[in-house]
Design a binder for this molecule. Structure first.
Ligand code: GLN
Length: 426
């Protein structure tokens, strides 16, 4: 039976394909002008690694600027977030992707999603002093890890862009002149246009986006490609700057961190949920796929994907408040917590326990049904148990290894893996 999600995607593709597409494929890279403008595909990958696809989802496209957030993430993985921020800012520029402007005082490019920032970012992949070929390979291997399979460079597209890269050369020389670029200008343009000439299908791109949505771990291969804090930085910059001078419209209408490329691809990564990619070559006035933008608007609206539409976390955090028998047959008041536990959900638990003191002298705070417990939630629950003890209760925190990190909990409160293992002497 074909999944209903695939059918929803079929419907979105069919609805988007009506009438002539606005805009034209990019022509300033001669090789891209030959792409069939009627191609149209979409793929969606969940953070548990399932992909749904419709239309031309397996057609290979030139990823172009979609490479930028991934290479930015690789540079931060290799040099650290602060070192990359010294050379490249995080402010939306409000200008076109190939603008030649820099921040007034620092002379940094505004952000890594425009070409100036992407050229500087490319140079920061790997350790200082590696060869250009080693850097090329780190970039290709890195993007391949995001995709979960080995990707390739389209040499024809690369050659074609190098022949006409006058604007990128002038940007690179300007950056070199201001000490922002850490490799010579020619090497930066060659390497950067090579990363842009990598080919991938919408299906690959949706897995790459899902890896960002999944905190840097590829949901299909299980490989941790980049660390969680690097992903947060990358997604934030995508949200603020990924759609260039259409960033504000994009955030309000679609509300998904995204990146477009002049090859007609468009990706979105919705943190914790999914990655999406679309492909349709004709570009709008901002250099983003016109039909891709339409597909994302429909997806966001039809599937309720806007980042700012978040259901309240606190309503059902306590799944059960009752009593449970300890191993000696004594009863304890138990709070069984569920869902993702973070500040807002645990604040509600703390409030309930504080306002309605437990009826038994023994108390169990049970997180074994929670889907996640972040560091703040773990600390707050540990403190809750410590405070109950200070009030004269016997209290325990129950939680599964891998879900709750004992290092996040106050030192004198240990995390017990199940109610049955509570040691009544401790
Ligand atoms: N390689 C292209 C360029 O530098 C990438 C631009 C884009 O996709 N927006 O012009």
């Amino acid at each position: 039976m074909r999944s209903q999600v695939s059918e929803y995607l079929d419907e979105i593709v069919a609805a988007t394909a009506t009438g002539p597409a606005r805009g034209e494929p990019a022509t300033y890279i001669p090789e891209l002008a030959h792409v069939d403008p009627t191609l149209l595909g979409v793929a969606l990958t969940t953070t548990d690694g399932v992909t749904y696809a419709a239309g031309d989802a397996d057609t290979m496209l030139s990823i172009q600027s979609i490479s930028k957030p991934f290479v930015y993430a690789l540079a931060m993985r290799d040099r650290g977030i602060a070192a990359v921020e010294e050379k490249v800012g995080v402010e939306p520029s409000g200008e076109a992707f190939n603008e030649m402007t820099l921040e007034e005082v620092s002379k940094r490019p505004y952000n890594p999603m425009i070409n100036a920032g992407a050229l500087a970012t490319h140079a920061l992949v790997g350790e200082p002093g590696i060869t250009d070929e080693e850097r090329d390979e780190l970039v290709l291997a890195g993007l391949s890890a995001f995709a979960g399979r080995r990707l390739e460079v389209d040499e024809k597209v690369h050659g074609s862009e190098m022949d006409t890269a006058h604007r990128n050369f002038s940007i690179a020389h300007m950056l070199y002149g201001y000490d922002i670029l850490t490799i010579d200008a020619h090497a930066a343009v060659r390497g950067y246009t090579r990363q842009c000439a990598i080919r991938a299908s919408p299906r690959d791109l949706s897995v790459m986006a899902a890896t960002l949505a999944n905190g840097g771990t590829n949901p299909v291969t299980g490989e941790q490609v980049v660390p969680v804090d690097v992903v947060r930085q990358t997604l934030s910059v995508m949200l603020a700057c990924g759609m260039y001078d259409a960033a504000g419209d994009w955030i309000t209408d679609v509300g998904i961190p995204a990146k477009s490329g002049v090859g007609g691809g468009l990706i979105g990564a919705l943190p914790g949920q999914l990655g999406v990619a679309s492909f349709s070559p004709p570009l709008d006035e901002h250099g983003s796929s016109a039909r891709g933008v339409e597909i994302f608007e429909r997806l966001s609206h039809d599937f309720g994907l806007h980042l700012m539409s978040v259901p309240p976390l606190t309503r059902s955090v306590i799944r059960d408040r009752g009593s449970v028998d300890l191993i000696d047959g004594r009863s304890a008041t138990s709070y069984v917590l569920q869902g993702p536990l973070r500040f807002s959900s645990v604040e509600a638990v703390v409030r309930v326990v504080t306002d309605n003191p437990p009826e038994h002298r023994s108390v169990v705070v049970d997180t074994t049904s929670a889907t996640s417990v972040d560091a703040t939630a773990a600390r707050m629950l540990g403190d809750l148990v410590a405070r109950l003890r200070a009030e004269g209760y016997e209290a325990w925190l129950v939680g599964l290894p891998g879900i709750i990190d004992p290092d996040d909990v106050a030192a004198d409160v240990s995390v017990v893996p199940s109610v049955g293992e509570i040691d009544l002497r401790s």
